[in-house]
Design a protein around this ligand. Structure first.
Ligand code: FBP
Ligand code: AFP
Length: 336
């Protein structure tokens, strides 16, 4: 019988044999995974758990909050605040950072998350997910402030997501490749099901919200026009399109079979760099994609090298199969 490796076993082996992760980080990842299991239970209950629909409030970015956005945010905070591994948390659903209350021990790590990504898919029973990114508090900083979070993606100690779809899958990197765990619902544990996730360098599949095409700038239009031209166009091959409108689900497909995901800059909001958030969406996904052999840029530079200037900063995102990401980036740089 094939040996089943649980998330706990995997993390303990990483800690013991490879020295990749300190004990505090192992604990942190396990706690995040446990929170994801609780979120998965709420997601699965759907209408029976009265978790669908809007909550009647807005988050800091002026977006209408769904009940599950709030539930998932609370589950992640409650699960993580008491363990002693964290100094503070930040979330898409909270304006400022969340300090670990004084009654609990303080740790060295900072946790950021999008508790429920793909909000527009919650009520329609399509895959959604939780995205997380882990940083270390800068050496020598006293207390914790928002500035401690403003580190580039290259500083991430770990990143991952959990996708709530036909299966619940946890995808993780601690900087040594990408691994996937499938939730065994009967046992209640995450079981290792992919230990060397690799994104092919080439692809014939792209993901973008085509309804925004008229708002893109010229290099983005050029890239998509060439894909749409198919085998008789400059690319000499036919492309397929997929758009789930949950970044987790689109990135999961790319980590599984390749492809390129784009959420470009948009003329409608010239002051903003894109729709997606740098700190808790783009950076963790970029870390995963790079660790799987892919690439991630903002169409001009590597996402992981961007210096964030605020917690809820937005960024244009192009990620996935390396040769396509490089092509999109090249088109933008040539047009400068
Ligand atoms: P939320 O954080 O509000 O869920 O927005 C993020 C997101 O849902 C991404 O997961 C997805 O790729 C994108 O927005 C979909 O955008 P659009 O509605 O333009 O298709
Ligand atoms: P299958 O029966 O092979 O799954 O095809 C049906 C279907 O997946 C349908 O559910 C989708 O709407 C459609 O095909 C998608 O087709 P494209 O691959 O052309 O997008």
């Amino acid at each position: 019988m094939t040996r089943r490796i649980s998330l706990t076993q995997y993390l303990i082996e990483q800690q013991r044999q490879h020295g990749h992760i300190p004990q505090e980080l192992r604990l942190l990842i396990e706690v995040v995974a446990r929170a994801c299991k609780r979120i998965a239970i709420s997601v699965n209950k759907g209408a029976l758990g009265e978790v669908l629909g809007t909550a009647g409030s807005e988050n800091v970015q002026g977006e209408v909050q769904k009940k599950l956005d709030i539930i998932a945010n609370e589950v992640l905070i409650e699960a993580n605040e008491w363990g002693g591994h964290l100094a503070a948390m930040a979330s898409e659903e909270m304006e400022g950072i969340y300090l670990v209350p004084n009654r609990f021990p303080q740790g060295e790590y900072l946790l950021m998350f999008d508790p429920l990504d793909g909000s527009s898919n919650i009520d329609v029973n399509v895959s959604i997910g939780t995205i997380f990114s882990v940083l270390k508090k800068p050496e020598g900083s006293v207390g914790v402030s928002e500035a401690d979070f403003l580190q580039p993606g290259t500083a991430q100690a770990a990143a991952g997501y959990c996708v709530y779809g036909p299966q619940t899958t946890l995808v993780l990197t601690v900087g040594d490749g990408v691994v996937m765990f499938t939730l065994d619902r009967e046992q209640g544990s995450f079981v290792l099901t992919e230990d060397e996730v690799k994104i092919p360098e080439d692809t014939k599949e792209f993901a973008i919200n085509m309804s925004n095409m008229r708002h893109w700038d010229a290099p983005m239009k050029r890239y998509i026009d060439e894909c749409l031209a198919g085998s008789t166009g400059p690319r000499g091959k036919d492309f397929n399109m997929r758009w789930i409108a949950s970044m987790v689900a689109d990135v999961h497909r790319i980590l599984t079979r390749g492809g390129v995901f784009m959420y470009p800059w948009d003329k409608r909001e010239p002051g903003k760099a894109g729709k997606l958030r740098l700190m808790y969406e783009a950076n963790p996904m970029a870390f995963l994609v790079e660790q799987a052999g892919g690439a991630a840029s903002n169409a001009r530079q590597r996402i992981m090298e961007m210096q964030p200037s605020q917690l809820h900063e937005r960024v244009a995102v192009v990620l996935g199969s390396k040769n396509e990401v490089e092509r999109v980036t090249r088109y933008h740089l040539e047009a400068k």
